[in-house]
Structure formats: structure tokens, C-alpha cells
Design a protein around this ligand. Sequence first.
Ligand code: UDX
Length: 430
Amino acid sequence: MPYPGRGHINPLLNLAGHLSTRGLFVTVVLTEEWLGLLSTSPTPSHPAVQFRSIPNVIPSEHGRANDFNGFLDAINTKLEKPFERLLESLDPPPAAILADTCLSWMAAVGERRRLPVYSLWTMPAAFFSLFYGFEDIFGGESTAALEEIDKKLEQHVKGLNLGDVSSVICSATLKKWVLESFIWARGAKGVIFTSVYELESDIIDSLKSKLSCPVYTVGPCIPYLTLKISLASDYMQWLDSQPINSVLYLSLGSFLSVSVAQMDEIVTGLHESGIRFLVVGRGATSRVQAKLGSTDLVVQWCDQLKVLCHPSIGGFFTHCGWNSTMECVFAGKPMLTFPLFGDQPLNCKLIANVWKVGLNVKEEIEDGNLVGGKAIAKVAKRLMDVEGIEYKEMREKVVELSETVHRAVEEGGSSYCAINAFVEDVSSSV
Ligand code: UDX
């Protein structure tokens, strides 16, 4: 069972596909709302993946946007009973539970049902490690301690500071929720990362030495299996007609949004830059459309991995969600980073400071809380100067990472072997 959000459901579905091709029978449990939403997008079509739903006991997607704390609260208190009832009725009966790390009540269900529970972390291992070492990193409260925290964060991921993680640790609800998730993850039968071992090897090795359970690094859990299925669409035809590396793709993920004023600055800035761009507008599609030039395109939603892999795409303006980050690394394209919340500022530091495959838009001059259109135009031009040395260096590095990721999922690669090891572990517990 995934946490009910696109950025968590997508990797779990992709992993379900991999597990089923390795011989496991997988039941994916979603709320009725999410099952309905998925019926319009590609899901694993393998006969060994079945879908089951529980009632809509939590606020809808719309409700989540309006009251995130209430949404988290409902996840903690309302899902457990209906899930357990469903578990009792499953045929065949399950051998193990694989659940998002954010569903902390799952440990109690596993105990009552005498089932091993594996914890699935759909963000970078570095973010897991940050919360795993919470006391050690965030222990003190004095000013001197704050400097100490920054030092520890900097050692963790180059350039990371307290401001980058404040969206999580300054919200009491979110902090409590994350810490509870980690209490159960410590006692899980195994922890699964949707990262790629070679991309975060130091952090993963260090976690392996601290956790008492096996760690499986199986990513990227992105839809690379469905890449070859052709999807005829206007935007793919539009991309076909654009020069190589000329288009900047912009998407800010599946559920977070910037303010209307910030979106206006972004679109105005990109328009001023003279660069062609393809924008995922979601709810703001018509507003964005009205500000576009004739060389640009806005869509409500697209097949993101396919778009990123298209030769016309030269770069990605991203909010740095982990799936988007993995998809872009897989596609081998440099990024403009615009992190909003949670793990995204950390992911931004990995992209810009550690891997050096992107430029951080938020480092540009800010006007209050807004990043102004002029600054955006400047940094967008810098990124998309595809003949310039800076772009060439970033592109070379991201292509190297892309090759590493492709090797990881090929037969014998680190993720390929980790999926097999996980399947063996589950099978041996039957
Ligand atoms: C959430 C959190 O915000 C993120 O920080 C965390 O790392 C994962 O969970 P989300 O904001 O949705 O995720 O971003 P992301 O992880 O990038 O996932 C978005 C998914 O939607 C990606 O798989 C992307 O391919 C897909 N998408 C997005 C589309 O398929 N089409 C689109 O048009 C836009």
C-alpha cells in the first residue's frame, strides 16, 4: 500500500510491475478515489498484479490541498481498520506487506496478522538518513547549536542548511508524523529505497551499517518498462517538430503548486528568455496558455518520462520531486531547480551541488518570497545555452549518471539484483 499521493503511488506501481515479472503475486491497495484516478493513466498490466480498494475514509485530493495537516491526521487514524479488514479477505492470503514508510500504523497491523512488513521509502536515501539521525543532527536548540546543525547538514549533503529542511521540521504535525514513520522503519523486516545505489552509495552504506534489517535499493522506480509503448499525442508531435535540445520542459509535480503570482513570474520570465518551452499547467492551464508565445506549448498533463527522453528537450525546470529527479537523470538532461517543500530542497542540493547537473533558480535574486521573472529569464538562458561550456559540462555529467542508472536496472545491475534479493527474501518467509 502506498501513501495516497501521485509521487508515492507511481513508484510503488512501477515496483509492483517489476516484482510481478519476478514471480510475486502483488495486490496493490488504494482508496476508491485513487483507483478511479489511476484508471485514466497507465498501470502495470501484468496478470500477477491485482488492485483492491478501501473506502474513501480520508479527504480527497482537493481536501488534501486545503488542509494538509488534517489529511496527515486522517492517514494516521482512518486507514488502518479498513486496510486490515481488506487484508483478511485477500485471496491468495498475503505472505508479506510492503507499505510506504509514511504509513506508520502498518507495523501494528503486521504484528497482529503475524506478517513481515517491509518499509518503502520513495524519496532519496539522504532524506531518510536525515530523519534516521534526527536526534543527532537536530538535538540542540541554542544559537550555537543552530550553527552546529548547519555543519552537520553540510556534511550530510553538500550545501544543505537548516532553511532547506525547515518546511518539515518547523511543522509540528509533519515532524511528529515523520518521526513516527522512522520508529516503525527501524523495526521493519526490510527497507526499500527507490534510489539507485551508485547515486547515493556513501549514505546507503552508512544506513546499512546502522539498520538491523536488510536494505534493498531498487530504483529508479520510474515507468521505464512502458517507455516503448507508443503514445500518440499532440505534444509528442509538437516535440518532433522542434530543433534538438531547444525546448525547456516545465513541471512542478503532481500536487504542489506555487502561488498564482509566482507562476506568472515563471511564465513571464521564460517567455522573455526567448526559449521555447513545454509547460504542464495542471489546474492553471488556461491562465498559463494566455501568457504563452506562439513558440510554446501548455498541456494539462503529459507522459513525463517520454517527454524528458525526447531529443528536442534540452532541460527540465523542476520542483525536484524525487520521481521527477530520477526520471530526468534517467533521460540525461540538465535541470533548473525550483524546490518547494519536504525533500525537494535536499534533492535540489544533490542536483546542483553534488552531482552538478543543474542550476538552482532559487539562488537568484528574490523579491520578498517571489523569484522574479527577470532572474528566471537570466538563469533559464544560462541553462539553455546548449553550445556553451557550462551546459556541455552539466550534460556530460548527467549523461554519465544516466548511464549508471541504466546499468543499475539491466540484468546483473545493482537495482536488478536488489529486486531479486527482495523477492527471494519475501518468498523464503512463506
Ligand atoms: C511527492 C513529493 O512532492 C516529492 O517531494 C517526493 O519526492 C515524492 O512525492 P510529487 O510532488 O508528485 O511527489 O513529485 P514527483 O516525485 O516528481 O512525482 C510526480 C510524478 O508525476 C512523476 O512520476 C511524473 O512523471 C508524473 N507526472 C508529472 C506525469 O506523469 N505527468 C505530468 O504532466 C507531470
